[in-house]
Write a protein that binds this ligand. Structure first.
Ligand code: FE2
Length: 426
């Protein structure tokens, strides 16, 4: 007897009209016509069933703080940092928790069931750490939250950063963060990478650094991050987030850099919504797009994911934490409009992001967790075209969110006629 049977869904890998059997929160069978009796049956009606969306780069401590204490009038990174600095002294654990929990509810509604959130450890009170550890615990049954100890004000630049970072890890923060391009010198950036990787080795933790989030083509910390990854034996356990300077780097240098990133098995996270709005700001025309070299790195066999980074905070006034918005923007900015590339953009917010987070038993496969999102679209590419409703969000075999199909009636001739945007081409 199955606990749940999902009938007639199309899979993100292109397989059509499949049934999915679930027992004890695990996927036990995927086949064309499952006849095993089930306690509950969901009709998929030819819609897309996918493993859940994963946001591998986010900032939950600032999410939904837009307007506090004031709006960003210039829309720039620098004014955003200033506003965050103004808000910090008045932050409370309860306020951070309330915003983060609200964000989690938005995420679940959008089918995002795993989030890696950086948490600022530059505040000596570690209020955000305390708040987000509680949120991680409170939401454990619904969302996998991974926290990164993030020295926003610099690891060597901010005097208590190492002490705070170690305290945060002692409290249970999962991943070692960094921000080498924000240190005072290139040498300090390199030194910070070396020390942070040592800490990760000592504590057997993953690493995820904000790295080269700059338009400066000479910001080359990713090279040091990749070489330290190899030197300290951290292959496959390190992520370089943003890497926007790669957009502006010399092509010959990049031809040497990409194989190094590949050799170190460093994961890459681009954040298209934020990169496209914050980078290239000092340019006149042509204006750089600022996103890292996603198709080139994918072609080289590097694992590249897309992250949301911000939702309604001092840096970004938009977003409902919908990873389909992220993939949609990512494929536009990177000009990934080939059929395989569109498919790859969907993977960048699902399986690739799950690899960044080292999620276990993730995927729409037999033996994996029964964590499934059913979208009102016929395929992964159509989901990118329509960014449709998430009809059902399933966690460990239980429906934890449901949304009615989107129906619009036209009244052009006096009679109701529904309009459909689905073309079913992919
Ligand atoms: Fe970030």
């Amino acid at each position: 007897m199955l606990d749940l049977l999902i009938k007639n869904v199309n899979l993100a890998n292109g397989k059509k009209a499949q049934d999915i059997g679930i027992i004890d929160g695990k996927i036990t069978e995927i086949a064309t016509n499952i006849i095993t009796p089930a306690r509950k049956t969901l009709q998929g009606n030819g819609h897309l069933a996918s493993a859940p969306f994963v946001d591998s780069h986010f900032h939950m401590d600032s999410a939904l703080s837009l307007g506090q204490p004031r709006l960003n009038q210039s829309g720039t990174l620098l004014e955003g940092i200033k506003i965050w600095g103004e808000l910090k002294p008045s932050l409370t654990v309860d306020a951070i928790k309330a915003r983060a929990l609200e964000l989690c509810r938005w995420s679940i509604a959008r089918g995002t069931l795993a989030i890696r959130s950086h948490v600022d450890i530059s505040d000596d009170r570690l209020l955000a750490v305390e708040a987000l550890l509680e949120v991680r615990e409170q939401m454990r049954d619904f969302i996998d939250i991974q926290l990164v100890a993030f020295p926003q004000d610099g690891f060597l630049r901010y005097p208590k950063a190492e002490q705070n970072l170690l305290r945060a890890l002692d409290k249970g923060v999962d991943v070692v963060g960094g921000i080498p391009h924000f240190e005072r010198t290139m040498a300090d950036g390199s030194a910070s990478i070396r020390r942070l990787c040592e800490i990760a080795v000592e504590r057997d933790l993953l690493v995820d650094m904000h790295c080269d989030e700059s338009d400066d083509p000479m910001s080359r910390h990713i090279e040091v991050l990749a070489s330290e990854t190899i030197r300290q034996g951290l292959q496959g356990r390190v992520t370089g987030s943003h890497l926007t300077s790669m957009h502006s780097m010399d092509n010959y240098y990049v031809s040497k850099l990409i194989p190094l990133i590949r050799e170190a098995r460093v994961h890459v996270v681009a954040n298209p919504l934020i990169n496209i709005t914050l980078q290239g700001r000092s340019d006149s025309y042509p204006k750089r797009r600022g996103m890292t070299r996603v198709p080139e790195m994918l072609a080289a066999g590097i694992n590249v994911a897309f992250g949301h980074d911000c939702v309604m905070d001092p840096w970004y006034s938009f977003g409902t934490h919908d990873m389909l918005d992220v993939a949609h923007m990512g494929l536009h900015v990177a000009q990934m409009t080939g059929v395989e590339q569109m498919q790859a953009a969907f993977s960048a917010v699902t399986e690739n992001a799950a690899k960044v987070m080292h999620l276990e038993d993730y995927g729409l496969k037999v033996g994996c967790h029964a964590d499934i999102v059913i979208c009102e679209a016929s395929s992964a590419i159509e989901a990118l075209q329509l960014r449709p409703e998430r009809l059902y969000v399933i966690r460990r075999g239980k429906v934890i969110a449901s949304t009615e199909p989107r129906v619009t009636q036209l009244h052009l001739t006096g009679e109701d006629s529904p309009v459909s945007f689905s073309k079913g081409l992919f």
